[in-house]
Design a binder for this molecule. Sequence first.
Ligand SMILES: [Zn+2]
Length: 73
Amino acid sequence: MELITNQKIRTKILRKELRNYDSFTPLTIVKCIHCGKIFQAGEMQVYKHNGDYLVYCKHPECSGSIIDIIEYT
Ligand SMILES: [Zn+2]
């Protein structure tokens, strides 16, 4: 898996993936139900694997992905 570090590409992918997932935006405050941490959805990590983009928890030590985040209210 290749970590996407280019901020422009990262933001573009995140916007699309977050919207498709649950109408989130990069500014949505989310909670990762895997590690319990709270952060902005736009801070999540984006990886490329076999041509697909995968979105993971902000914290690299956590294996939570986009399906593990809920809106924090
Ligand atoms: Zn996490």
